[in-house]
Design a protein around this ligand. Structure first.
Ligand code: NAP
Ligand code: MG
Length: 405
């Protein structure tokens, strides 16, 4: 069989632990036999980040800016225990955080749906994609306990040293708590552009929610910036694509989401996105079936799985056990990246390959061959065959071969 050709290289970011093992299996079994794979390889595995003093992470993000499409394996974000385990000279920052900051991107998370795994919300029939604004608000807030009665004020001094605002927050008559949070127009703008772009790219409606009735400056700013950018830059394209932009209060959004059948993007402020993405992913079934893509406001894409490096499975693997770790989200990271690369380079073969790879995965699961995590989630009565990761990937390969023949 003639291998499918590529033009521009994909930025390939390798990672850690069990997902690094899956990464190689996926390449060996599902990609290299069929695609003349062109990648620019960056090893974001923790030992290489240590060796390069984390330069490799920055370089991989710069390469993504240059080429436009990346695929990333899950990576360890070091904590104290990891510093000891890997003999690190520093507690290196989260690679995802570093890449996100360089690309100024927004993360979109969407579940892979299966007929045999029913969402906890019965009427959900299509994926709900959550976009979280991962900057500012309580995550960068200043806060402290107020120890005694006294006056709390919000003061703003401009760059020339002139006091522009002074407002009483509260006259404390007893101890309490105080918090100052912020966001930046530039960051909200980037967030909005990423959301509108991704909605157009995936031809899905975009919802955005906040609490502007209560927060008349802070949340109102988010609402106004989204509306302005929509009117100026995207309204026409949305109308042409037959999709809509819809703003509503967060409470109303929650009610509508539960009553909906899915199939849209829900853009959330930082805290809302943090909480709602966990709720939505749990309600759809499994973290192992959740895909994730980072989209920059100028249209660069980095595809990955939403889960981590599955450490517990890796320790078992090191003892020589065969683990039944689910590679679906990592395979979809590859198919998503290859499809995007194909689209940008005008390679219809490559796009068709990505579709077939995903179909082969779904067919394998629908036929009942699956990893352990899914076995407990399928509707009772479904015929299942629990397999290890390699056998699962080989079963997908068989289906893929017949689709490509
Ligand atoms: P995790 O790797 O997502 O795994 C948590 C648990 O979820 C696993 O122990 C497993 O449950 C289940 N699970 C997750 N993915 C699975 C899969 N593909 N197949 C089957 N089961 C799966 O989260 P973690 O253990 O909290 O974090 C491990 C490391 O990953 C940490 O060092 C963290 O820094 C890193 N991390 C990286 C990213 C990223 O790069 N995007 C994201 C999150 C975490 P059972 O053990 O019950 O089978
Ligand atoms: Mg969370």
């Amino acid at each position: 069989m003639k291998k499918i050709a590529m033009k521009t290289p994909l930025v390939e970011m390798d990672g850690d632990e069990m997902t690094r093992i899956l990464w190689k299996m996926i390449k060996d079994e599902l990609l290299l036999p069929f695609v003349d794979l062109k990648t620019e390889y960056y090893d974001l595995g923790l030992p290489e980040r240590e060796r390069t003093r984390d330069k490799v992470t920055v370089e991989s993000a710069e390469a993504t800016k240059k080429y436009g499409v990346a695929v990333k394996c899950a990576t360890i974000t070091p904590n104290r225990q990891r510093v000891e385990e890997y003999h690190l000279s520093e507690m290196w920052k989260s690679p995802n955080g570093t890449i996100r900051a360089i690309l100024d991107g927004t993360v979109f998370r969407a579940p892979i749906l299966l007929d045999a795994v029913r969402p906890a919300v019965r009427n959900w029939k299509k994926p709900i994609t959550i976009a979280r604004h991962a900057y500012g608000d309580i995550y960068k807030a200043t806060e402290y306990r107020v120890p005694c009665p006294g006056k709390a004020e919000l003061v703003f001094t401009d760059e020339n040293g002139a006091e522009t605002f002074r407002q009483t927050v509260y006259d404390f008559e007893c101890p309490g708590v105080l918090q100052g949070s912020f966001n930046k127009d530039s960051s909200i703008r980037s967030f909005a552009h990423s959301c509108f772009r991704y909605a157009l790219q995936t031809k899905q409606d975009l919802w955005f929610s906040s609490k502007d009735t209560i927060s008349k400056q802070y949340d109102q700013t988010f609402k106004l910036i989204f509306q302005e950018i929509y009117d100026n830059d995207y309204r026409e394209a949305f109308e042409k694509a037959g999709i809509t932009y819809f703003y509503t209060l967060i409470d109303d959004a929650v009610a509508r989401v539960i009553r909906s059948e899915g199939g849209f993007i829900w853009a959330c402020k930082n805290y809302d996105g943090d909480v709602m993405s966990d709720m939505v992913s749990t309600a759809f079934g499994s973290l192992a079936m959740m895909t994730s893509v980072l989209v920059s406001p100028d249209g660069k894409f980095e595809y990955e799985a939403a889960h981590g490096t599955v450490t517990k499975h890796y320790y078992r693997y090191l003892k020589g056990e065969q683990t039944s770790t689910n590679p679906m989200a990592t395979i979809y990271a590859w198919s998503g990246a290859l499809r995007k690369r194909g689209e940008l380079d005008g390679l219809s073969d490559l796009m068709a390959f990505a579709d077939k790879l995903e179909e082969a995965c779904i067919d394998t699961l629908q036929a009942g061959t699956m990893t352990k995590d899914l076995v407990s989630l399928v509707t009772p009565g479904t015929q299942v065959r629990e397999v290890n990761s390699l056998d699962f990937i080989r079963a997908i390969r068989k289906n893929l071969e017949s689709k490509l023949a």
